[in-house]
Design a protein around this ligand. Structure first.
Ligand SMILES: CCCCCC/C=C\CCCCCCCC(=O)SCCNC(=O)CCNC(=O)[C@H](O)C(C)(C)COP(=O)(O)OP(=O)(O)OC[C@H]1O[C@@H](n2cnc3c(N)ncnc32)[C@H](O)[C@@H]1OP(=O)(O)O
Length: 207
């Protein structure tokens, strides 16, 4: 259902923009070529999550009632809350047969942690977004229950990296997804992560 992707805002951020670097554009073109035979799917991404989708789950309706309606209407996907080129620029491609997602990520200068390098929280965010999307396309509405990250090398600010995520196992409501973050030439392994996502139980409400 998600792959057919109802349009939720006017701007699809997964299409080339002037702020994308040469490697980002090159990788986009390479993956778009792989999409031609249907083995890979280019995933769109929008600033706003379709609130109608939350009607599917009583859990979400209950949670929404806890938040001021006006504030809720201002809700925006965290990774899409920066001006073009300053924060998270990314595009994801999904391979259904292999149950994996490759995310091409270009982080901007506002994601700095240690001078000259990405903030660990920004890396964690992109990992969560990628493994999360892998879990969503496989399991529907899920939440991150656990995310384990090994930061092996610092990632230079403004670099373009590949986030390779793989669905490893589904056990009932639990989905285990792993991933690594590599340089574009695949010579440097920056980060490795494992995660657990749990499909929301429609019978349960948040308290
Ligand atoms: C409306 C949707 C539209 C979608 C559009 C998508 C667009 C963009 C998406 C981008 C992707 C973003 C991804 C980001 C996702 C997040 O960041 S989510 C935010 C952070 N996470 C949370 O806040 C979750 C908080 N936790 C919970 O709400 C609950 O704990 C839970 C829902 C995760 C699980 O609760 P519950 O349903 O009650 O299940 P349980 O009975 O507790 O557990 C079920 C089984 O899982 C095992 N388990 C649970 N947690 C853990 C853990 N931390 N570690 C290990 N195992 C865990 C638990 O033992 C149970 O196992 P068994 O069944 O007993 O084997």
């Amino acid at each position: 259902r998600l792959l057919s992707s109802e349009k939720v805002s006017d701007k699809n951020h997964s299409l080339p923009k002037p702020c994308w670097g040469k490697d980002m554009r090159l990788l986009f073109d390479q993956f778009m070529k792989k999409c031609e035979d249907g083995s890979w799917i280019h995933l769109p991404s929008y600033e706003y999550i379709a609130t109608q989708r939350s009607q599917d789950f009583p859990t979400f309706i209950h949670a929404s009632e806890l938040i001021n309606k006006e504030k809720l209407s201002q809700g925006r996907l965290f990774t899409k809350s920066f001006e073009d080129g300053l924060g998270f620029e990314y595009v994801m491609f999904y391979n259904d047969a292999e149950k994996r997602i490759v995310c091409v990520f270009q982080g901007g200068p506002h994601l700095q942690g240690m001078p000259g390098f990405f903030h660990g929280g920004a890396i964690a965010t992109m990992i969560d977004a990628t493994v999360g999307m892998n879990a969503i396309v496989s399991g529907g509405i899920v939440m991150t229950a656990n995310l384990n990250i090994n930061f092996k090398r610092p990632i230079p600010l403004c670099s373009i990296v590949l986030i390779n995520s793989q669905l490893d196992k589904i056990e009932g409501r639990k989905l285990l997804v792993s991933c690594n973050v590599q340089s574009v030439d695949e010579k440097i392994l920056y980060t490795e992560a494992t995660s657990l996502f749990v499909k929301l139980n429609p019978e349960k409400e948040f308290d």
